[in-house]
Design a protein around this ligand. Structure first.
Ligand code: SF4
Length: 182
């Protein structure tokens, strides 16, 4: 954690010390999102029988996934207590610090609610595109890809989030997801 970030944190009444992540851990924590992206793209390619439309849809999905990550870094991370620290489990905070200045952490909940819906379709578009194909004419490769995608998107990713992000997050009391569970 650099001095600037440390000062930001010590100035915040909500901040509690959070776990620090090495770069290797941050890299590993990005793997489920990367796996979901690759599986989602593979669903488009397989579902559209490797046609030009399948590759185009897969490319669009990959671009959306990367753009979604940057959207979070630009519009949400600057409001996070973990901005520019190694306590961000996925390392977005360090990239965010190069893109935007720190903003008011008390607005994190508002920003979370506003910007998370931007990336939510990433979890559903491949399923909506792939399931009709499997129903119309069953194919094992597409079926297996759909099952793997659902496992990564709805089991592995939430588990990683819960284990590495939510449980020790200094802002969990103001988080709409954690608050709702509470
Ligand atoms: S914990 Fe989440 S919101 Fe906070 S800096 Fe990391 S990616 Fe951004």
């Amino acid at each position: 954690m650099n001095e600037k970030a440390s000062n930001n944190h010590s100035n915040s009444k909500d901040f509690q010390p959070a776990r620090q992540y090495s770069r290797a851990q941050q890299l590993v924590n990005n793997l489920p999102y990367a796996a979901m992206t690759v599986l989602g793209a593979a669903i488009f390619v397989t579902g559209f029988e490797r046609s030009i439309w399948g590759w185009a849809a897969a490319s669009a999905y990959l671009i959306y996934s990367v753009a979604g990550a940057f959207w979070i870094m630009i519009f949400m991370c600057p409001y996070c207590e973990r901005w520019n620290t190694m306590s961000c489990p996925c390392g977005y905070s360090r990239i965010a610090a190069r893109l935007r200045q720190k903003s008011d952490s008390s607005r994190f909940k508002e920003k979370f609610k506003k910007h998370i819906p931007v990336i939510v379709p990433l979890w559903f578009i491949p399923i909506l595109a792939g399931v009709p194909g499997v129903v119309r004419s069953f194919s094992w490769p597409l079926f297996v890809l759909l099952v793997l995608f659902a496992l990564v998107a709805f089991v592995v990713l939430p588990l990683f989030s819960k284990r590495h992000s939510c449980s020790d997050c200094p802002q969990k009391d103001s988080c709409p997801w954690m608050g709702r569970k509470g």
